[in-house]
Write a protein that binds this ligand. Structure first.
Ligand code: MUC
Ligand code: MG
Length: 367
């Protein structure tokens, strides 16, 4: 079966509530729906969420690189020749979300053609994932109220708190308010998106440790090499690399250099093929992973859950799978549901999802 065409459809869906964090903010999901068509009539889908503040990609760059470079280079190739396909993609540097979406759409096709869910093809560990919710910057009162609503409505008890504000006290007050509102049982961890220096991070960690956190992510820039290494060595909890370790090679360097002791895996940037490489490297090196969120919609969230549920080590911790709840609408025909803090992976061939043509027509921006 051969790749017949690759489509990149830009679309925009507003958030009901913008997400704010130390490196940026997102008001509208300006994503690209990637569809790979085969000569046997199958179509694989995946989502590319451009994050200019993290990878430099934009909606226009994702559609441009797919239409002008990747589609001409891949058309006619065997759908299952993943190594060859990745060798072609690798000729172009960067563009992680565009490459990842093509990779995941190809896995969707492989699953459909075999009549099997992709999650089973990847590893078949579980059919669901526990969910962690990511809380963007707001007042302590509003963030605590959002966390309580997530717990009461969806059964979510793990929260990733965006930090990295100045003064540091602002975030400490938020974490205290969350602990007071949620009690000792709730799991809290923090993500600074490189907002602090190493010394600010150290001051924050002393107070956060007393409040009780389980992970600290990208508190200061990895490029502050010695400060970051010192911070990681002295950190009381695993220190997660996210945007500083976005390829298998960066992950190796980050762990060997002491720039992190745990890794955030985001299928939105490493697809399924390279996410597996990252995961297996982490297993080999004894580093924990967390299934991260690139402010995904429902299609991106399904991909994270499909991958996370597939392996013991990626399913161990709750995955960041709930921020689609803040979108005003979505493209899937069957909306995802979080019940008792758990998201089920669709038990259908491929990714197990379908795009609603009317919704795509309503939100697409290329007509
Ligand atoms: C995260 O974990 O950092 C914010 C920016 C991005 O690319 O992903 C989010 C969440
Ligand atoms: Mg992060």
């Amino acid at each position: 079966m051969k790749i017949a065409a690759i489509e990149a459809v830009p679309y925009a869906i507003p958030y009901t509530k913008p997400l704010r964090f130390a490196s940026g903010e997102v008001h509208t999901a300006e994503h690209v729906l990637v569809r790979v068509h085969t000569d046997e009539g199958l179509t694989g889908v995946a989502d590319a969420p451009p994050r200019p503040f993290t990878y430099g990609e934009t909606q226009a760059s994702v559609t441009g690189v797919i239409e002008r470079i990747f589609a001409p280079q891949l058309t006619g190739m065997d759908v299952l020749a993943r190594e060859r396909i990745h060798a072609r993609l690798h000729r172009t540097v960067g563009n992680p979300a565009a490459k990842a979406a093509i990779d995941m759409a190809l896995w969707d096709i492989a699953g459909q053609s075999l009549g099997l869910p992709v999650s089973r093809l990847l590893g078949g560990w579980s059919d669901s994932m526990r969910v962690a919710h990511m809380l963007g910057f707001d007042t302590p009162e509003r963030m605590a109220a959002e966390a309580e609503r997530m717990r009461d409505t969806y059964g979510i008890t793990t929260f990733k708190v965006k930090v990295g504000q100045r003064p540091v006290r602002l975030d400490i007050e938020v974490c205290r308010a969350l602990r007071d509102a949620l009690g000792g049982e709730a799991e809290l961890y923090v993500d600074g998106n490189r907002g602090w220096t190493a010394s600010e991070s150290a001051a924050a960690l002393r107070e956060l440790d007393a409040i009780g956190i389980t992970l600290a992510e990208e508190l200061c820039p990895a490029d502050d090499v010695l400060g970051r290494r010192w911070l990681v060595r002295n950190c009381p909890v695993p220190f997660v690399a996210d945007e500083s370790a976005t390829t298998p090679a960066e992950v190796t360097r980050s762990l060997l250099d002491g720039a992190a002791t745990a890794i955030s895996i985001k299928t939105a940037r490493t697809g399924f093929t390279h996410s597996q490489r990252v995961l297996f490297q982490c297993e080999g090196m004894g580093a924990e992973v967390v299934m991260g969120n690139q402010i995904d919609g429902q299609l991106g969230t399904v991909c994270t859950a499909v991958f996370g549920a597939a392996h013991a080590s990626s399913a161990r911790r709750p995955g960041e799978l709930s921020n689609f709840l803040d979108m005003s609408d979505d493209l899937l025909t069957e909306p995802l549901a979080i019940t008792d803090g758990v998201l089920a992976v669709p038990d259908l061939p491929g990714l197990g999802v379908a795009i609603d043509p009317e919704k795509l027509h309503r939100y697409r921006q290329d007509h």
